[in-house]
Design a protein around this ligand. Sequence first.
Ligand code: NAI
Length: 303
Amino acid sequence: IITRGLATSAARNAIKNVTVIGGGLMGSGIAQVAAQTGHNVTLVEVNADILKKAEGSIVNSVGRVAKKMYKDDAAAAKKFLEETQSRIKGSTEPAKSVSDADLVIEAIVENMDIKHKLFKSLDEAAPAKTIFASNTSSLSIGEIASVTSRKDRFGGLHFFNPVAVMKLLEVVRIPETSEDTYQAMMAWGKAIGKTCITCKDTPGFVVNRLLVPYLAEAIRMMERGDASARDIDIAMKLGAGYPMGPIELSDYVGHDTSNSIVQGWHKKFPDNPLFKPCDSQQKLVAAGKLGVKTGEGYYKYNK
Ligand code: NAI
């Protein structure tokens, strides 16, 4: 009886229609993996031009995946690309885009007021069955959810860049998240091929909470002159077995991204020394040296 009960509840909550709001770096990737795994996706952007760009980048990325998956079978690769593409619909109207959504994933700019405005309007437009999730990296899921009347159907689904490649999905529960919602999010994460971990609504969840202070401490070590950037990187690669050193990794992540996360946490938790912004990183941001993406951070890169 228990097994049948669980199966029924899982079937009732099976997520098929997914609306992704925001088609930037993360939203495009989320839309891509969802469509690749057979879900109907509606991708929402602020205007038609940006939407077209997002759709173009998805097609390129799915094309690369298809080539890899079907190395010696061009026809199968073409079919995979066409089928995936046919499952993605574009929209510039958030309210209309959620009318039949089982799950809405928000991946818009990292700004609480803008996220509140969006979720308030989506809450009024979406049917009762729709689960809401945010892909925020550094904001509180509970605070984002506070403007909706469906906190029991709200959680965090935190992906990693590049979404098509990175295996992990952090599934975040707020105290109000219902067991059904949580199970549906976990099942969907598995269905799109990710390995899910669960955590509470704590700053940075698991990965960023450990990674951001680690990167900052490596930068502070360099600022103090304890060791050079290159030596710190070599040390952590050969001594701790990390694939990248912390200074090169912080160039890869982007100093604007890391710095704004740390600034946000520092403002909210001023007494936590782990969340203190780094002087040299702020200088890099002010100079536009954001890391690999701009060709220079702590190291120089050939663009
Ligand atoms: P992005 O700047 O590449 O993309 C954001 C997109 O949202 C833009 O294309 C923008 O036009 C669109 N947008 C803004 N307001 C909108 C609205 N009201 N409706 C529809 N679209 C709207 O940003 P990115 O990097 O994709 O980040 C998005 C979210 O994902 C943020 O909350 C961020 O914290 C989170 N995140 C970012 C990661 C990263 O490595 N960049 C990793 C994991 C999470």
